[in-house]
Every structure is written in structure tokens, then in C-alpha cells.
Design a protein around this ligand. Structure first.
Ligand SMILES: Cc1ncc(COP(=O)(O)O)c(C=O)c1O
Length: 397
């Protein structure tokens, strides 16, 4: 019985892994391999190519020298939890108890996985906005839940509010919000956030909000959904130091949530990684306490780099769908006569020495019409790299 049970599970797992399954190898891996093989400029993956603030890097080196190299506490180091709680108060006026309402995780990715695994049961529905960050679909599949998508149509990627109303039902367990949004760079407006809170109340759903781009906004304020009336008590807020401090390889993320929601997440997290990144935890605490000028400077510098790449894409003949935040810009290749963005991305390294990712990679097969000519390019790169990419792209004309 046990043996056949495990075979059944394995067979179901194979369906997740098979061609087009939620856990099949991604186009990101294919495109990064192509960048390595061809020497093309990799604007496919969202990692910065310069270092984060020197104080933060120095704090990590110091922590290693000071012997902070063993397992940190399961919830995360107390001083980092305090820094996270101070950060929520300082930027958003949210009071968070560092001892009972904060959990440090292995990046936002583990925070998402632990949350989805802890708070859902097989067959529950999980609502996401599509295009969506691939980890949502993969983890929802691991948890044997059913993904329900609300489209964000080009060119402005705002959700249709009637579609949102239809998507949330009494079977909805989680509504996953990602604002600022990857891949589109959209920031949800207040009306959309208010409707999400209203629907969560009506159908007794939990809001999970992924805010990893919270500080990288271009003139449009980021409003955490937990600050809306009636939201905090049913919201799990997730963020990470990777994007804000250009330390994506450190994988220090966190959750803030009411203890009632956090307790089962802590239980699951223990068996995913238990803990991670000992010496990086005090360093991220230093980052979270940097003055406002650091956070403003990071956003301004990124907005400048966005403008640089966007200008290059426009001169190359793309239509640029300008982001309000984040690491990425979406360019429409339709004016260049392109109808299949995935195929175009496979040719782009040879044609222009640049790698991008088709937006269809963030959209389920059956919903891809409307996104087929769109390409996502990362601009979290050094200016000289973006200038080179822009001049190489100009050869496409
Ligand atoms: C929307 C979104 N959520 C989560 C992550 C992953 O964050 P982390 O590296 O902290 O796990 C990313 C990284 O690209 C992202 O874009």
C-alpha cells in the first residue's frame, strides 16, 4: 500500500515535470545558457551587475570575521527582525512585533513557498495576476492547488476589475498580489488594492503580497496592501533584500504577518531550509537602516538606466511599454514584424548580441494571445553595458 501510494505520488509529480508542466525547465535557463554560449549581453535575468551599498557589504565581511557563521535562530536573528519591524514602521507606518510577526526566510522565494504550502490544502484555489512570476505557478502546483488567473492586458497591464470579481470565490484560499509587478513593472492603483481587500473579506481569503520591488519605483508611490483598512489581519507581506540592496545572491527575505497566519508558515519553513545566510542577516539589517537618501538614490539610478535602455529599444524600432517600477521593461517587437517573441528571443543573441525573455514565459499556454510579440529586458545593469546593448539593438533596424 505504501509502495503503490508513493508510486502514485511520483506519477503525479512526473506530470508536473513533463513537457509544459509547471515544473518543467524554464525559458530563463535556456536563454541564460544561450547568453553564455554566444557571449551575448544577458538582459534576460534580473540580477544587477554592480555591487550593493559598501556599508552593507562591509557588514557581511565583518560578520564573517566576527564568527557569525553558524545556524542563526529559526525565526532569523533578533536584530534583523527588529530592523524589519522598524523598516515597516518607518516607511509605511505599520506596527509589527519583531518577536511574533516577523520571519526571516531564504529569499522571497522560500517565503512564498512556505506560505503557499502552509496556508492551502489540496484543491484550494489560488488567484494570481497573469503574467506572473513563475514561482507562484510552480509552488501552487507543488501544493496541489488550482491556479486561477486574472489577466493584466497590454499595454498598461491593469487588471479588469470584473475579471477580478469573477476570479475570487468561496473556493479561493489565497490571492497573490505582486505590486510592483514582475514582469510588467505595473503598480496596482488604490482602487484595485481596495477591491482585493473587499473580495478577500467577502470570501474569507488570505492576501499574500510579494513586494520585493517596494523601493524601486519611478515616481509612483508603492502602497503596501497591508496598510489598507481591514487588510492587515488577513495579509502575509513578503519582501527581500536582494533587489533593494543589489545582493540577489544572498537570499535574505522576510515575511511580516499576524502571528495567527505566521505560525503555520514557520512550521513549514523549518523543513524547507530551517535557516540561511547567517553573516548576511546582520548586513541586511544595516541596509534596512540606511538613510532615506540611499533608497531614493537606488530608485533614481534605476529609473535613469530604464530610460537609457528604453531609448535604445525605441531607436531599434520596438514600442516600449514603460514600467512604473522594478528591474524590467517590456518592449513590443510587433513594429519590427515579429509575431513569435519566443522564437525572436532565440535569434536575438545571433542578430544583435542581446538576450531578452519572451513575456509568454510568464503566461499559461492557453492565455498567450495578446502577449506573443512582447519581450522583457532587464535594465538593472551598468550604464556602459546598457549603452552597448542599445547600440547593438540598433542594428535590428
Ligand atoms: C516578483 C518576484 N518575487 C520574488 C523574487 C525572488 O526573490 P528572492 O531572490 O528574494 O527569492 C523575484 C526575483 O526575481 C521576483 O521578481
Amino acid at each position: 500500500m505504501t509502495v503503490s501510494g508513493s508510486w502514485e505520488r511520483a506519477a503525479r509529480g512526473a506530470m508536473l515535470l513533463g513537457d509544459g508542466g509547471e515544473l518543467s525547465p524554464t525559458i530563463f535557463a535556456e536563454m541564460s545558457a544561450l547568453a553564455t554560449a554566444t557571449g551575448a549581453i544577458n538582459l534576460g535575468q534580473g540580477f544587477p551587475d554592480d555591487d550593493g551599498p559598501p556599508e552593507v557589504l562591509a557588514a557581511a565581511r565583518q560578520a564573517i570575521s566576527d564568527g557569525i557563521n553558524q545556524y542563526p535562530p529559526g525565526l532569523g536573528m533578533p536584530d534583523l527582525r527588529l530592523a524589519i519591524s522598524e523598516h515597516q514602521q518607518r516607511f509605511y507606518g505599520l506596527a509589527v512585533d519583531p518577536d511574533t510577526e516577523v520571519l526571516v526566510t531564504a529569499g522571497a522565494t522560500e517565503a512564498l513557498a512556505a506560505t503557499i504550502l502552509a496556508l492551502t490544502e489540496e484543491g484550494d484555489q489560488v488567484v494570481v495576476f497573469e503574467p506572473f512570476y513563475d514561482a507562484y505557478g510552480a509552488t501552487a502546483a507543488l501544493a496541489r492547488t488550482e491556479l486561477v488567473t486574472v489577466p493584466l492586458p497590454a499595454p498598461d497591464f491593469r487588471p479588469d476589475l470584473d475579471a477580478l470579481r469573477d476570479a475570487v470565490t468561496d473556493r479561493t484560499r489565497l490571492i497573490i498580489v505582486n505590486s510592483p509587478h514582475n514582469p510588467t513593472g505595473t503598480i496596482f492603483d488604490r482602487g484595485t488594492l481596495e477591491l482585493i481587500v473587499e473580495l478577500a473579506h467577502r470570501h474569507d481569503a488570505i492576501i499574500v503580497t510579494d513586494e520585493v520591488y517596494e523601493h524601486l519605483t519611478f515616481g509612483v508611490p508603492h502602497v503596501p496592501i497591508a496598510t489598507l483598512p481591514g487588510a492587515r489581519e488577513r495579509t502575509v507581506s513578503i519582501s527581500s533584500g536582494g533587489k533593494t540592496f543589489s545582493t540577489t545572491g544572498w537570499k535574505i527575505g522576510w515575511i511580516t504577518a499576524p502571528h495567527r497566519l505566521l505560525a503555520p508558515i514557520i512550521a513549514v519553513k523549518q523543513y524547507l531550509t530551517y535557516v540561511n545566510g547567517g553573516p548576511f542577516q546582520p548586513a541586511i539589517a544595516v541596509g534596512l537602516r540606511l538613510p532615506d537618501s540611499y533608497f531614493e538614490g537606488a530608485a533614481t539610478s534605476l529609473a535613469h538606466r530604464c530610460a537609457l535602455l528604453s531609448g535604445g529599444l525605441r531607436s531599434a524600432g520596438f514600442e516600449v511599454l514603460s514600467p512604473q517600477a522594478g528591474y524590467f521593461v517590456i518592449a513590443d517587437a510587433a513594429p519590427l514584424g515579429i509575431t513569435d517573441g519566443a522564437e525572436f528571443c532565440r535569434q536575438l543573441p545571433a542578430r544583435a548580441g542581446v538576450v531578452g525573455v519572451p513575456v509568454t514565459a510568464f503566461v499559461r499556454e492557453e492565455h498567450r494571445d495578446g502577449y506573443r510579440s512582447l519581450i522583457r529586458f532587464a535594465f538593472c545593469k551598468r550604464e556602459d553595458v546598457l549603452e552597448r546593448a542599445a547600440s547593438q539593438l540598433a542594428t535590428l533596424r
